[in-house]
Ligand binder design. Structure first.
Ligand SMILES: CC(C)(COP(=O)(O)OP(=O)(O)OC[C@H]1O[C@@H](n2cnc3c(N)ncnc32)[C@H](O)[C@@H]1OP(=O)(O)O)[C@@H](O)C(=O)NCCC(=O)NCCS
Length: 117
């Protein structure tokens, strides 16, 4: 899927350290399909910078909403607690839980953000 979708790569000193892949669902709405930063580079603003870059191009294309799905807080994974904190800090807001979208063992949380103009 990622090879058919617009992708942003963050690089530092020639090393690729972050990736963000988008899916466009409609003229109005896109989704962060994959996002990750190498662990050694966490908490340095790279994730935020990639999202800002993407939001800029979505705004120019008049896309209005950006969504992301991640593991719900109903699952005890501590790593994804940090992921949810990241999206919340950026301005995403929880919209709906999907308990079986991926599998009953991996309940999904959908978050959404109005694209900044
Ligand atoms: C989620 C992820 C992409 C965030 O990238 P990052 O570059 O580390 O995030 P940033 O440095 O841009 O963080 C921006 C803000 O988000 C919040 N945040 C980020 N990581 C956080 C954490 N571990 N705990 C709490 N808040 C966090 C903070 O408010 C942070 O600002 P601050 O550092 O000034 O306080 C990264 O942690 C990651 O790759 N995680 C593993 C993969 C993953 O979960 N991908 C998403 C799947 S849906």
């Amino acid at each position: 899927m990622a090879d058919r979708c617009p992708t942003v790569i963050a690089s530092l000193d020639g090393e690729d350290i972050g990736v963000l892949t988008l899916v466009h669902h409609s003229p109005y709405a896109s989704e962060v399909y994959v996002m990750g930063v190498l662990p050694d580079h966490h908490r340095r603003g790279i994730g935020r910078k990639m999202l800002k870059h993407v939001e800029g191009s979505l705004a120019r294309a008049r896309v209005e909403f950006l969504q992301v799905k991640t593991l719900s807080a109903k699952h005890p994974d501590e790593g994804y607690e940090k992921t949810r904190a990241f999206y919340l800090a950026y301005g995403f807001r929880p919209l709906e839980e999907f308990p079986t979208l991926w599998s009953p063992e991996s309940p999904a949380l959908q978050l959404i953000k109005a694209v900044a103009r």
